[in-house]
Design a protein around this ligand. Structure first.
Ligand SMILES: Nc1ncnc2c1ncn2[C@@H]1O[C@H](COP(=O)(O)OP(=O)(O)OP(=O)(O)O)[C@@H](O)[C@H]1O
Length: 469
């Protein structure tokens, strides 16, 4: 079992390893993964020009490259192992007929086109169970199968035996940010929202960067920490790479997609124009812990992987806590800000909305509904609970935008950033013979004509510098 990565695409297609080709390879891989997850039998059946508008920018023959990748991957002697997605696609392409009378599907809100195609072609009676508000795997190109099948009898499961009325009210409030107003009843009177005063409890985070943050708080105290899904399933390589840029050591960056940034300033500038949440979270962590990052990474590496039943804190991302439940749950403060989500949604025009925005709300909903006994909220959810936010009432049913288009927009943002960067760099060099690199507030400049003001952010400083020169 293995994951096919951007580096593999570059090697397998014999591309030169430059910044633009890394973006192309990333886009190609996104599209290729979309194919593996999709109902399409052939790559050439996919409406590429409408699904992936950005590929025309690269001047490459994307359909031909996709077909080459697929041919290579199907070869069992290829250097890359077979991924779950690949063997499921091959299973779908074999048009299987399963010898079952009934098929039950759980978590039907997070299926994909290939699996739906297999299920649809069976003669068996089908029962789908799921919760559309728990769809959180859009970034893995999942599809809500609950909206895909016609002619089914629907039964609403509105009662939860896990949580009580307070949590049910909060859950409804969270979903109402995305204008969704389901009935939810909490039947467990033993469960409520309150401060947690004793171990053990589960600490749920939105991001790996959040997990890192919590680890730093508790490691030094010797708290017994277990990881939902096992310690090895948490990867802090993004933080390590971002720190390398912060520390002016771009040669240490391993992630090919981060290699396009030569320094911290370029990374920050990029983040001003893109909505890459995971990367933003890693940058915030590096900004917070600065030169202590390597020490903390080393300490985390040394932590034992203890079983959950021996732990004082079970640490988990919401994605890994899906389908799980814990007696006590505490929520970290690294979720998307509710005021921001509310603003994005209220300003949305038309029916279509970024799936990512809805999924951020779904993540809050999943997180808030994992506790069987006590739930401790973060500040933002506490405010939502005390009605400090005005939730706009609207019955609009948003449709999701095409997920691949959304994912590839980040790559397109990188493409434009790169183009702009190259033209700006040459302008600066020609006009003033100046090279600027910044690390946080330490600004290095070889031809200073203005004195850096330490209270100014490096970004503002550079903007002012360029304006004045
Ligand atoms: N009929 C019942 N009476 C009492 N308790 C129940 C009943 N059905 C389920 N439960 C309990 O309620 C909790 C939640 O049930 P379950 O995990 O099946 O819900 P779910 O719908 O899959 O939740 P989610 O999708 O949010 O993870 C579990 O602790 C389960 O034991």
């Amino acid at each position: 079992m293995d994951t096919y990565r951007v580096n593999d695409v570059i090697t397998d297609l014999g591309l030169r390893r430059n910044e633009l080709n890394i973006i192309y390879a990333t886009t190609l891989l996104n599209v290729f993964n979309f194919y593996l997850h999709s109902e399409y039998m052939r790559i050439d059946d996919m409406p590429l020009s409408t699904l992936f508008k950005s590929w025309s920018h690269f001047g490459k023959d994307m359909p031909a490259d996709l077909n080459r990748l697929f041919k290579l991957q199907k070869n069992v002697n290829n250097h890359v192992g077979v991924s779950h997605d690949l063997y499921m696609k091959l299973f779908q392409l074999s048009k299987p007929k399963l010898d079952y009378d009934y098929i039950f599907v759980d978590e039907a809100q997070d299926l994909n086109g290939a699996i739906i195609d297999v299920i649809q072609n069976q003669d068996a009676k089908l029962m789908l169970v799921g919760d559309s508000y728990q769809q959180i795997y859009g970034f893995r190109l999942s599809i809500d199968a609950l909206n895909q099948f016609d002619g089914f009898k629907n039964y609403a499961l509105t009662n939860s035996f896990r949580f009580g009325p307070e949590t049910a009210e909060l859950a409804k409030k969270v979903l109402s940010i995305g204008y969704r107003t389901p009935q939810i009843f909490g039947l467990n009177k033993q469960q409520n929202i309150d401060k947690i005063t004793k171990y053990p409890y589960a600490y749920l985070c939105r991001s790996n960067a959040g997990i890192f943050d919590i680890l730093i708080q508790f490691m030094s105290k010797g708290t017994k920490i277990a990881f939902e899904g096992g310690k090895n399933s948490y990867n802090f390589s993004l933080i390590r790479d971002v720190y390398a840029l912060y520390n002016d050591e771009p040669q240490l960056v391993k992630n090919p997609q981060l290699k396009m940034f030569r320094d911290w300033y370029e990374l920050e500038t990029f983040l001003n124009t893109s909505g890459d949440r995971e990367l933003s979270a890693a940058v915030n962590i590096v900004d917070k812990y600065k030169d202590d990052i390597p020490k903390y990474l080393h300490e985390i590496h040394k932590l034992p992987d203890i079983p959950k039943e021996n732990a004082e804190i079970i640490l988990s991302t919401v994605h890994k806590a899906k389908g799980m439940e814990y007696d006590q749950v505490k929520l970290h403060n690294d979720f998307a800000e509710i005021g921001y989500l509310n603003k994005v949604i209220s300003e949305t025009e038309g029916d279509y909305i970024a799936g990512q925005t809805l999924e951020e709300i779904n993540l809050l909903y999943v997180a808030a509904t994992r506790s069987k006994h006590k739930l401790e909220l973060n500040e933002d959810l506490e405010k939502l609970r005390s009605k400090e936010y005005q939730i706009i009432d609207n019955t609009t049913n948003f449709k999701r935008r095409n997920v691949v288009e959304e994912i590839n927009e980040v790559e397109l943002a990188k493409y434009h950033f790169l183009k702009q960067k190259h033209s700006k760099t040459s302008n600066i060099k020609n006009k003033n013979n100046v090279k600027i690199t910044t690390v946080d507030n330490k600004i290095k400049i070889n031809n200073p004509t203005v004195v850096p003001n330490n209270r100014m952010s490096s970004y503002d400083f550079i903007k002012q510098y360029i304006k004045n020169n």
